[in-house]
Design a protein around this ligand. Structure first.
Ligand SMILES: [Zn+2]
Length: 295
């Protein structure tokens, strides 16, 4: 694993696999308390790292399944306590809460999450997971890290900025090849674009994120790429709308977001379609348009 010091007592931890849902990069804060923020390097490897480094708390940045999976093992098999941001920690306390917060329940597809995604990702709910306050991160890093609220991808999503070195840990802002992701009803495009703008205005020198390697050249370009992708998709969605496609299903059928919906197997098609439809809905909402209900 690659470790890069980005501030005094703060290291970036790079997972061996990038662009993967099964792993993500994280930060390690070594102060009076040792806190990890995200970081999945393989389930056994993550547990070993936590034990070796005597990590006492594991702060999950946001509640999406690729970040939360495996945390139940940290909870059960190490002395480290996982926690999730205050806005979202309740969402993974039970299947009921998760299925509601993601909209899977309303769409009638939570059984597919339980049957396909959860086993593949190694996900289980954590009934008693505690919340953390964002200023606990600032305090633990002795002010070396500043929290930048960056909602849109999820309601409690944030980035961490190290002003002295000019490094930004952008979490899931969408720098990887999948691009910005907003496939849940709780995602918000207006907030997302404003978060990208905020990240751009920091004029950072090094850019770190959950699923892609460090970026130190043309950082501005990497951030504005997220904005361009969203804008391009937005004009495609609107062009379908003005050509007379007035339901979310019809526009989603144009595969603007996914070339094919069976990339995770035939059984998972309703899941991928749901993500795609949610993204279409985000664009229509952002444009102030109200789709018709299909008959
Ligand atoms: Zn996410």
């Amino acid at each position: 694993m690659k470790r890069i010091t980005i501030a005094e007592g703060v290291e970036y931890l790079e997972a061996p696999q990038q662009e993967s849902w099964l792993m993500n990069n994280g930060l390690l804060i070594t102060g009076e308390e040792i806190i990890m923020i995200d970081g999945r390097f393989g389930d056994d490897e993550t547990l070993a790292f936590i034990r070796e480094n005597e990590v006492s708390r594991y702060f999950i940045s946001h509640f999406h399944i690729d970040h939360v999976s495996g945390a139940w093992r940290i909870d059960g098999e190490t002395n480290c306590r996982p926690a999730l941001n205050k806005v979202e920690h309740k969402f993974i306390q039970s299947g009921e809460a998760l299925s509601q917060a993601t909209g899977y329940q309303q769409a009638g597809i939570y059984h597919l999450v339980e049957g396909i995604l959860a086993p593949r990702m190694g996900f289980r709910c954590i009934a008693g997971i505690a919340p953390y306050e964002l200023d606990e991160i600032e305090a633990a890093s002795k002010g070396q890290l500043r929290v930048i609220q960056a909602p849109g991808h999820s309601p409690g999503h944030f980035c961490l900025y190290a002003p002295l070195s000019g490094a930004l840990f952008a979490c899931d802002l969408g720098l990887d090849r999948f691009g910005p992701w907003y496939g849940f009803p709780h995602c918000n495009l207006e907030q997302y674009l404003s978060s990208i703008k905020t990240a751009g205005e920091l004029k950072v020198r090094q850019l770190f994120s959950s699923h892609s390697p460090m970026i130190s050249e043309d950082v501005e370009g990497a951030i504005s790429r997220c904005k361009s992708i969203i804008e391009k998709r937005h004009s495609m969605v609107l062009s379908k709308w003005y050509k007379g496609k007035r339901t979310v299903e019809e526009i989603a059928g144009e595969n603007i977001f996914y070339q094919k919906t069976d990339g995770f197997g035939k059984r998972a098609v309703p899941l991928v379609s749901f993500w795609q439809e949610s993204m279409v809905r985000c664009h229509l909402e952002y444009a102030g348009l109200d789709p018709e209900k299909p008959f």
